[in-house]
Design a binder for this molecule. Sequence first.
Ligand SMILES: O=C(O)CCC(=O)C(=O)O
Ligand SMILES: [Fe+2]
Length: 343
Amino acid sequence: MDDGALGHSSSILRYALSAEEADGLCTVAQTALAAQGSPAKSPFYEGLEEHVHRIPESICPVLKEFKDSSSLGALRISGVRVDPDRCGPTPASWQEAVDDRRQELEEAQLALLASGLGEVFAWPTLQRGRMVQNLLPVESDREQQSGHGSVALDWHTEDGFHEDRCRYLALLGVRNLDRVPTTLGTVNDLRLTGEHRSVLSERRFRIRPDLEHLRQLATFAPDSEMLRRAREMHENPEPAALLFGDAEAPFLRIDAPYTTAPAGDDEAAEALAAIVDELTRAQRDVVVGEGDVLIVDNYRAVHGRRAFEPRFDGTDRWLKRMSVAGRRLPKATAGPDARVLAI
Ligand SMILES: O=C(O)CCC(=O)C(=O)O
Ligand SMILES: [Fe+2]
């Protein structure tokens, strides 16, 4: 099923900002930037509530409807003010974009919307703990299962291996000239047999961390406790259930390339294959184009990306990404990296 027209499909809530709402959000973002510093850093988010409360009032019920729903897997808000010329050409790597402040206004708008749903955080292993990450194709990563590859990115819960994974993943399109879709699969759309559901609800599966976390840790913190823990999660992951929570409206957790059933457990292997097939059958494509925000409920939906032909000429697809926690963050570590969580 493709992107379709504006409206309300069963699992994606769509909302188009009016010109006034878009201007209103942009103005609040400007004020927040002046008061809070860079959205790439933790301190921007301390006391941000005051600014979140000033975003146009009509946007708040949309965020609330999404947050309170037990059937929606994603929210798409279109019409956010993005200026791709001021943002500059798509960088060739995330490293190149780490200290670039030209997209602050876009990042602040995304941060305000994301903060309307919960507390924003980052991992130290991804893009040096930058609170807003840059997703763009990197030439040397073409074949990687990551936001920097250009092959099809398989079904995954963001950081599905981790107990503290985000509740919401928020994406903003800076540039997407070829309209390359993000893919979405929502737990509500799955038609599974009772038997498969019950097997998937048992702790019979292992979800390993994706290699990007390990690769980054090995580079910048080779002797750390974090690397030791990440290796342990890779070599000896805790068994997990892929469906969990309320049996009537379960949550979902899977990372297709990194999820396995135990050797010899044919029942689990069959149920795993069934859920991956169902996700693909019920797949929705959502284009995150210039000025579109897509917020995925990381407990009710999984996502991926279609394969595409990268250009590597400064006009490539470029999204901004941030993670929102489903609970309050520990306050004990207030400081410049307060929101960069230990893995
Ligand atoms: O590029 C996309 O549309 C999604 C990338 C992705 O899965 C991610 O950044 O977590
Ligand atoms: Fe992802």
